[in-house]
Design a protein. Structure first.
Length: 484
């Protein structure tokens, strides 16, 4: 299967670009809503299609003939706006295509989505007026005008679930977790609400298999989940970022799925100060760990050092989260689209979140400094995600027996969940932190499924090399997830 996909991708790369002889004669722009009138800070889809004369038929033209004679696959068009904001391009899908996956969908619509992104999402500014979006490709261009008016029909659906904005905690580690709570630069795309930080029960229930469908009516209040472990030398702070959907305009091999949960682990050395010193931040993106340090004496181990940690207000690491798939990286990683020196996105749209003791909702897809609240994973998830049988429940599924490498402690219960229960687009793909895995260390039989986050002291000591004067204790003072 993987080999076949690679062959298809190679064909796309070789044959999908428009040749120099193709002649563009027309640009057609379609706007959704068709009225071309939206409310302040709401969105419109701008679809761009090119037509003309194709000089010769290539392989893909012959195999995947288009019903639209004269339509050209163009991917290198440019767009500008007189106001508001523009997302990164995407291939416009209908409602059914958005939840398809697998090789059939790859062939049916995935080829088009790779070959040509035909749309962008325009987010209106708060100021009423008329705004021009200009599409340019070489010598040819076309404009469309969007009216931003308070009289336009709102596209937003009323949120039927609500939660208290404040979270009161008696956790003895809570002040520590607050001190290091990350600054989050969250990119947004063509389903902005799917990119907003959320809580699992954002729709008012603990069912995992309706989270995709309830996106528009679920709460947009921002929450981040956390867990803490402690050894003689370190605190390990785990932050989880939950989203109701992992989505894309190009779904293949379960790459899109209901629910999404990725995150990071902070390794904080205990010293004479109240909150110690942050040494390492490891982030998770699509079953791969990325390592960032705050001390040049720490060297690569199994994993390379991928960069340094940048900070907001001295103690809060700045992270970038991708739109759609929600991989997590440090702000200065090569794939990050956030500039920590300017505290702005380099391109596209995004929401920035700061820890502020209360949960707020973004007002639009390019909002700034939205406050999020912290929720304890142990109380919220763990008590539903561990049990003595492998039977699924509404929230969790794929229960498994945790088997760590290295003769390390086992879980304090027989079965732990391997996934959040989800059925739309792909089944049971999103994982709680105790089912995360890193492909590289798992293949080398260094860290098994769940071990990176369940046993972070052992994991970081294997992933990286600490100097002799910076020891890492492997004995836990506090770890409520493992047998002591």
């Amino acid at each position: 299967m993987k080999f076949s996909i690679l062959i298809i991708l190679l064909l796309i790369f070789c044959f999908s670009t428009t040749s120099a002889q193709d002649k563009i004669t027309e640009i057609r722009i379609t706007v959704l809503p068709a009225t071309m009138k939206i409310r302040p800070m709401e969105t419109a889809v701008i679809q761009v299609q090119f037509f003309g004369e194709k000089a010769k038929k290539d392989v893909l033209d012959k195999v995947f003939a288009s019903e639209n004679d004269g339509k050209l696959q163009i991917s290198d068009w440019k767009v500008s706006t007189s106001g508001g904001w523009l997302s990164k391009p995407f291939f416009l899908q209908d409602a059914n295509e958005k939840v398809k996956s697998g090789i059939d969908n790859f062939i049916a619509q995935g080829l088009n989505s790779v070959a040509a992104k035909d749309s962008i999402l325009f987010t209106a500014p708060n100021k009423i007026g008329k705004y021009t979006i200009k599409i340019t490709r070489g010598e040819i261009s076309k404009e469309v005008t969007i009216e931003v008016s308070n009289s336009a029909a709102s596209q937003k659906k009323a949120e039927t679930a609500n939660f208290s904005s404040a979270v009161n905690s008696t956790d003895k580690y809570f002040a520590l977790v607050e001190n290091y709570a990350p600054f989050v630069a969250q990119e947004t795309w063509f389903e902005p609400k799917a990119d907003y930080l959320a809580r699992f029960d954002y729709d008012g229930n603990w069912k995992g298999d309706d989270n995709w469908e309830n996106l528009q009516t679920g709460s947009s209040k921002a929450f981040v989940y956390y867990a803490v472990m402690e050894t003689e030398t370190h605190w390990f702070l785990i932050y989880n970022f939950f989203h109701p959907r992992d989505y894309s305009d190009f779904c293949v091999a379960a790459s899109c799925h209901e629910n999404d949960n990725e995150g990071l682990i902070l390794t904080v050395r205990k010293d004479s100060s109240k909150f110690g010193k942050l040494e390492v931040m490891e982030t998770l993106a699509h079953n791969n760990i990325y390592s960032f340090t705050n001390n040049s004496a720490i060297k690569k181990g199994v994993h390379d050092i991928d960069g340094k940690i940048e900070f907001y207000e001295n103690t809060h690491p700045i992270i970038f989260i991708e739109a759609g798939g929600h991989g997590v990286f440090s702000s200065n990683y090569k794939s990050s689209l956030f500039d920590a020196t300017k505290m702005e996105f380099k391109q596209n749209t995004g929401v920035t979140y700061v820890y502020g003791k209360k949960a707020e909702s973004p007002q639009f897809s390019n909002d700034r400094n939205i406050s999020y609240a912290l929720l304890p994973i142990y109380d919220e998830w763990w008590m539903k995600g561990n049990q003595e049988t492998a039977q699924a429940n509404d929230t969790f599924d794929n229960f498994y027996i945790y088997e760590p490498f290295g003769n390390r402690p086992r879980a304090n219960t027989k079965y732990i969940s391997g996934a959040f229960h989800g059925t739309t687009a792909a089944k049971n793909q999103a994982k709680p932190f105790w089912a995360w895995f890193d492909k590289k260390t798992k293949d080398k039989k260094i860290l098994n499924t769940g071990q990176w986050a369940l046993d972070p002291a052992y994991a970081v000591s294997m992933n990286l090399k600490f100097p002799n004067d910076l020891p890492v204790s492997l004995e836990y003072i506090f770890n409520p997830y493992l047998k002591q």
